[in-house]
Design a protein around this ligand. Sequence first.
Ligand code: 4NP
Length: 170
Amino acid sequence: MVEKDIGFGVLFVCLGNICRSPTAQGVLRDLKAREAPDLYLLIDSAGTAGYHVGHPPDPRSQRAALERGIDLSDLRARRVEARDFERFDLLLAMDRQNLRELERRRPRGARVRAQLFMEYADAGTLEVPDPYYGDAAAFEAVLDLTTAAARGLLAALRNGGREHGLSRGP
Ligand code: 4NP
């Protein structure tokens, strides 16, 4: 795939693709631009559900991100599709349910690594809680958690991915 030829592809996955995974996408995009402009990364996000396809990120997510200087306004929700299992090198789920759903949809023979995003942080949790029915603090928590894990992921990628077993593969 053409995307693979230009670098390492990371896909963030949550349920609706309007809160957690676009936030993670924006946070990593921002961090990469500031701290690792030399790294070739394809960064995208998708949801396991289709409720919000075509919608921009939730206004509460956009507001919380913008307060930290991160603009999510260009992002649009889409659903995970079969070719994502070929296009990307790493699928990062926000919670265990998202990860189970990814594994359930994994096409036969697709070997892409899928794991919990929070494995890249030492934040005392392996999941980014769904903020959709939560308050402002829940959206702040999404930013705190995704920022911590994005830092860990970027460090792993800059390190050639060795310590996390990341590689571009064949
Ligand atoms: P997300 O949050 O998975 O972080 O994008 C949600 C967004 C929408 C819904 C649930 C979670 N929903 O039920 O519409």
